[in-house]
Design a protein around this ligand. Structure first.
Ligand code: HEM
Length: 539
């Protein structure tokens, strides 16, 4: 370990890591270890950098003596994300997503290029227009159910809802249709009755698969086998539930694929897309049916796995980010009022955006709504940190300062170069970057959407925002997600007032934030108590 620290040169920090921060155990233990407030804790943000006086901190993993450089500096991170050959993806950390086979997220090099090449064309402006239209359809149905529940509640002060449940349903319906041509209505999707031939509904098989992902990975095969022959309290039931979810979801994906294959063969387009949409499914299935030399462009397992990963990545991150955004709007009525004013300008009173709005005309005009969503992702990034193993000696430029100084003042910071040796790992500390006062000013903890609005004298710092990662391995679904999220937020606020739940009315802002914005680490940052009250604006 001492030798490893010698390779870190004069980079400060010198922490010993007892757990690899990117293996499943670290994620499962995230709530309790490392302890809140201490180095490498998931919610510690910029604090360790502020204490050390550096935007780069060195640490060594005890078991392997490998050097880990934690970075919260926009310039240094840009160097890392733009050099894909030196700073590669930490593939073993993504094995958890390989339950059905390899996929776009969990591969590198030529395999990754092949997966990305197949999917890329589906994320076009034409597809964004489809995402917009489908989001409006989903909203029409969701608002219908909300209005019905509101009409039945005797409380004139509105209805309190658990936001994550609603957002998971909405975003899953959007990706199911716009990605896979599987058009299901809100009420049909709410049904708890599985269709014929299934033991679970589509949504519960997907959500239960996600819920049990880490549990399955951390349970050794011999224990799985044992628990199916001998009853072990808790374990046997949980493993049976996991097995049912995994195989149930596999069956649903197989059905999607079978229908799509027939559609591709007879030239009529994949299910439900009327020949125009569901480009993602069409591209994936066509690649599976296309011979590339001796091999298929995508094997059967890869096809299945990519559909799973797109269903997962295509809804979970957006659903969680939207849930945080909706709670923030309840907590900050001034920001909500600005979205309302923007929405009314785009869709004046008396018009019905759910029937008439188009992506091309309206999306670019919802600038403040977009800023709210960006600011939400700055404060609650879905992916808190990213690991990049280093494959060649390199260097990054970082900032050093005196922690005792008011270091946000001009001239208080010194730029230094840190050598990054081959064999080490760089950790892109997304949350710390977002909370770095050198990039954002001293008010980083405040919710201020205006940070994301350019003016004549200010251009928001693009490189200091990494919610979607960046470079070649950046999020392929960024535009998809921004399109549906902006559509949901603007329409929701135009129709309803979003308020804090009644049980928190007597509490101050800090207490409301503590309760409503609590979160845990999961596949992505997951809100645990996102509740708001909704009340129709016109009643
Ligand atoms: C708020 C919403 C979203 C956020 C914050 C987000 C964030 C990210 C981040 C940080 C990465 C890089 C992950 C890594 O390198 O380990 C990523 C990759 C990816 N995202 Fe998203 N994402 C969002 C929505 C979506 C949507 C809607 C889709 C699909 C429809 C999607 C599909 C993917 C895929 C397939 C990758 C892997 C790309 C590659 O490795 O080439 N994401 N996303």
């Amino acid at each position: 370990i001492r030798k490893a620290f010698r390779n870190a040169g004069d980079c400060p920090g010198r922490h010993v890591l007892w757990l690899d921060p990117f293996r499943n155990l670290a994620i499962v233990l995230a709530q309790t270890y490392p302890r809140p407030g201490s180095f490498a804790n998931w919610g510690v943000k910029f604090a360790p950098y502020a204490q050390t006086g550096s935007t780069c901190i060195a640490s060594v993993l005890f078991l392997s003596s490998r050097l880990y450089f934690w970075i919260s500096d926009a310039d240094a991170i840009k160097t890392v994300t733009s050099d894909r050959l030196t700073f590669q993806k930490d593939i073993p950390a993504y094995e958890i997503l390989n339950i059905y086979g390899e996929n776009l997220v969990s591969t590198e090099h030529a395999d990754w290029k092949r997966h990305r090449g197949v999917s890329k064309a589906a994320f076009s402006e034409a597809n964004n227009a489809l995402v917009w239209t489908e989001t409006l359809r989903v909203l029409t149905e969701w608002f219908g159910t909300l209005d019905e529940s509101l009409s039945k509640t005797p409380n004139k002060d509105g209805l309190t809802i658990k936001v994550v449940d609603h957002m998971v349903q909405a975003t899953l319906l959007v990706i199911s249709t716009a990605g896979f041509g599987r058009r299901v209505s809100w009420t049909e999707d709410s049904s708890t009755q599985p269709p014929q031939g299934h033991t679970l509904t589509f949504r519960s098989s997907l959500t239960s698969t996600l819920h049990n992902l880490f549990f399955k990975i951390l349970t050794p095969d011999w224990l799985c086998d044992l628990s199916s022959s001998i009853y072990i309290p808790y374990l046997s039931r949980r493993l049976a539930e996991t097995k049912e979810a995994f195989s149930g979801l596999r069956l649903y994906i197989h059905e999607i694929i079978s229908v799509a294959r027939v559609g591709v063969l007879d030239g009529k387009g994949v299910a439900g897309d009327g020949g125009g949409g569901a480009a993602l499914l069409r591209n994936l299935v066509e690649a599976n049916m296309t011979q590339d030399g001796e091999f298929r462009q995508l094997t059967d397992d890869e096809l299945l796995s990519n559909i799973f990963v797109f269903l997962l990545a295509g809804h979970e991150t957006s659903a969680h980010a939207l849930s945080f955004a909706i709670v923030l709007l309840a907590l900050y009525p001034e920001a909500q009022q600005k979205i309302y004013e923007e929405a009314i300008q785009v869709w004046p009173e008396g018009t019905d955006p759910l029937q008439t709005s188009t992506y091309k005309d309206d999306h670019p005009r919802l600038e403040y709504t977009l800023a709210v969503f960006h600011e939400t992702l700055r404060m609650f990034p879905s992916v808190i940190r990213l690991a990049k193993p280093v494959f060649a000696d390199s260097a990054v430029t970082v900032n050093r300062f005196n922690p005792a100084d008011d270091y946000c003042q001009e001239g208080k910071v010194e730029k230094v170069s840190v050598a990054i040796p081959k064999g080490s790992v760089v950790i892109i500390d997304v949350w710390a970057l977002h909370m770095n006062p050198l990039h954002r000013g001293p008010d980083v903890e405040e919710f201020k959407p205006e940070r994301f609005i350019d003016t004549e004298t200010y251009r928001w710092p693009r490189d200091a925002f990494l919610a979607f990662s960046a470079g070649a391995r950046g999020c392929i679904g960024k535009r998809f997600s921004l399109t549906e999220s902006i559509c949901i937020l603007a329409n929701l606020v135009r129709r309803y007032e979003i308020l804090v739940p009644e049980d928190l009315l007597e509490k101050g802002l800090e207490e409301r934030k503590r309760v409503l914005l609590s979160w845990v680490v999961g596949v992505t940052t997951t809100p645990t108590n996102a509740r708001v009250r909704v009340r129709r604006r016109d009643q």
